[in-house]
Design a protein around this ligand. Structure first.
Ligand SMILES: *[C@@H]1O[C@H](CO)[C@@H](O)[C@H](O)[C@H]1NC(C)=O
Ligand SMILES: *[C@@H]1O[C@H](CO)[C@@H](O)[C@H](O)[C@H]1NC(C)=O
Ligand SMILES: *[C@@H]1O[C@H](CO)[C@@H](O)[C@H](O)[C@H]1NC(C)=O
Ligand SMILES: *[C@@H]1O[C@H](CO)[C@@H](O)[C@H](O)[C@H]1NC(C)=O
Ligand SMILES: *[C@@H]1O[C@H](CO)[C@@H](O)[C@H](O)[C@H]1NC(C)=O
Ligand SMILES: *[C@@H]1O[C@H](CO)[C@@H](O)[C@H](O)[C@H]1NC(C)=O
Ligand SMILES: [Zn+2]
Length: 462
């Protein structure tokens, strides 16, 4: 179709102003998905068609350097706060806080004490404080009363709730009359199975295939609901997984009397609380006990772990070498696969994929820090990040475009000039749009194609 110069002018103006208008007043929508324990290299070891499709369609970060300790709760809270574990306070899956004299346990689902979570503010709350709505399906902490606030929409944690139901809920929230702009989705696999089987077990092929199908299902449902081209989808995980062996077990009972300490957190990074006055005894007994176990007094924990400055970090920390298991005795809790090791070990790293209007396509990046995810999310949602340990500049190269300069100044809400600018810009955009539409209608030119989101099917509640 050949447009005359007059039409061309209007088209150009409309496009320019619409783009400006949208960037300013329509911060993008984000769905962050975590497949627990999805090691970065699973996509090279097992057939994973849907992961590979997403790689070609979006951005792909091969390895994400997660935070120490490489466990589920610490890393999921880092994703939504941008903080190291010592700063957000969820320092392990199993904790004891000597100041509160309280315990926290993922194993017994004793995780609902607000005080454990309130050293930080998760992104769903910050998003809501800025007038948006958040919808969270099973993400660690999302059904906890944190400073008196819950996500706008959430599901009480229940591992029996299917992936498909969680997806249905998120789509319902994204397409409701007052839609969310931030969705978080958590799925327990492949972590659960890999703990039992070990990541080197041939049956893992089936487990990863199922996770790949879940990803395919999510993409298909997003397409059906008309969300695929508008919502920025980020798929990642909290940590990787290592093959263990019953030949690589360190038994604490062989070195130290179990009555001298309390075991607060278990293998492979063991948190030890010595009984009153027994710190030196326990430390001396364990310090050189086994070549594949490094034992630190709290104050000597290496700087790079960012794992000292919190009262929930116990006086002694014993860290197993990759693939080794630390138990009190043989009778307790050996797993074929585990994680929680040094966060510089590649096998502890997950991957990250992203697709959507904000992201480049078919671009691969070697590595990123997990703490950089939070500033990235805040940028996409156009909300002000709280103080954190990440940096947007480290992941800016994943983004399709950087904002025009005047938009990045927008963060200053006091700026009258910027407000007026935006207001005038919006009015102009609307005016141009109206003129253009009128013009188009008159000349009976076919209107530019607009994608109509399909109506979602009614959802069946289980
Ligand atoms: C800590 O709490 C336990 C009960 O959970 C109680 O027996 C103990 O005395 C408390 N310790 C202190 C120091 O308050
Ligand atoms: C959440 O905690 C706050 C205190 O931070 C309390 O006032 C409020 O009643 C709690 N809400 C629910 C639903 O338990
Ligand atoms: C275990 O310790 C031995 C002796 O120091 C060492 O050679 C080996 O590399 C260690 N294993 C791991 C997995 O680090
Ligand atoms: C993705 O990029 C690679 C090179 O980096 C290229 O070979 C391939 O054709 C591209 N695929 C698509 C779908 O653009
Ligand atoms: C991760 O963070 C560290 C410390 O801030 C920095 O030195 C490193 O370059 C970062 N790595 C990546 C891949 O951005
Ligand atoms: C991480 O961020 C918190 C909050 O800004 C800050 O208090 C802490 O010092 C930071 N840690 C490092 C190692 O920079
Ligand atoms: Zn796990």
């Amino acid at each position: 179709m050949v447009l005359n110069p007059y039409k061309k002018f209007f088209t150009l103006c409309t496009l320019t102003f619409t783009v400006t208008f949208c960037l300013q007043l329509d911060p993008s929508e984000v769905l962050l998905v975590s497949f627990d324990g999805f090691r970065w290299d699973y996509i090279y070891k097992f057939p994973t068609l849907n992961f590979h499709r997403l790689i070609e369609d979006g951005v792909y970060v091969k390895q994400v350097s997660n935070v120490f300790i490489t466990k589920t709760y610490p890393n999921h809270y880092s994703m939504v706060t941008g903080l190291y574990a010592e700063n957000h306070g969820i320092v392990a899956n199993e904790m004891y806080d000597p100041v509160l004299n309280k315990t926290f346990s993922m194993d017994t689902l004793d995780i609902y004490d607000s005080e454990f979570w309130e050293e930080a503010v998760p992104i769903w709350i910050t998003n809501q404080n800025e007038g948006h709505k958040s919808g969270v399906a099973m993400w660690p902490g999302s059904d906890v009363n944190i400073s008196g606030v819950y996500p706008s929409f959430y599901l009480p944690y229940n591992e029996l709730v299917s992936f498909e139901y969680r997806v249905a809920k998120l789509i319902e929230w994204f397409t409701s009359n007052e839609p969310i702009n931030l969705g978080l989705l958590y799925w327990e696999e492949p972590d659960d199975s890999a703990h039992l089987l070990g990541p080197d077990n041939p049956f893992m092929s089936k487990v990863i295939k199922e996770v790949d199908e879940k990803l395919g299902y999510l993409v298909a449902e997003m397409k059906k609901a008309g969300l695929w081209d508008t919502v920025n989808l980020i798929v990642t995980s909290d940590h990787g997984m290592e093959q263990c062996s019953s030949d690589r077990v360190i038994e604490l009972d062989n070195y130290v009397d179990e009555n001298l300490y309390t075991l607060v957190d278990r293998s492979p990074t063991v948190a030890i609380l010595p009984k009153e006055g027994k710190l030196e005894d326990v430390y001396e007994a364990l310090a050189n006990a086994h070549p594949n176990m490094t034992v630190y007094k709290k104050e000597d924990i290496p700087e790079r772990f960012h794992y000292i400055h919190n009262s929930r970090i116990q006086p002694i920390l014993a860290v197993a070498d990759l693939g080794w298991t630390i138990l009190q005795s043989r009778s307790g809790g050996y797993l074929e696969g585990n994680h929680g090791y040094d966060n510089t070990e590649p096998n502890m790293h997950p991957l990250l994929l992203a697709h959507g209007p904000a992201f480049k396509r078919n671009v691969t990046k070697e590595a990123m820090n997990l703490t950089d995810l939070y500033p990235l999310l805040c940028h996409l949602l156009d909300i002000q990040p709280l103080p954190n340990n990440g940096s947007l500049s480290q992941v800016q190269d994943l983004l399709a475009s950087t904002d025009p300069p005047f938009l990045s100044n927008y963060v200053d809400p006091e700026s009258y000039a910027s407000f007026v600018g935006v207001f005038l810009g919006s009015v102009l955009a609307l005016a141009f749009l109206l003129i253009f539409i009128k013009h188009v209608t008159r000349s009976q030119m076919s209107a530019p194609e607009v994608e109509h989101p399909e109506i979602t099917q009614p959802l069946l509640d289980v």
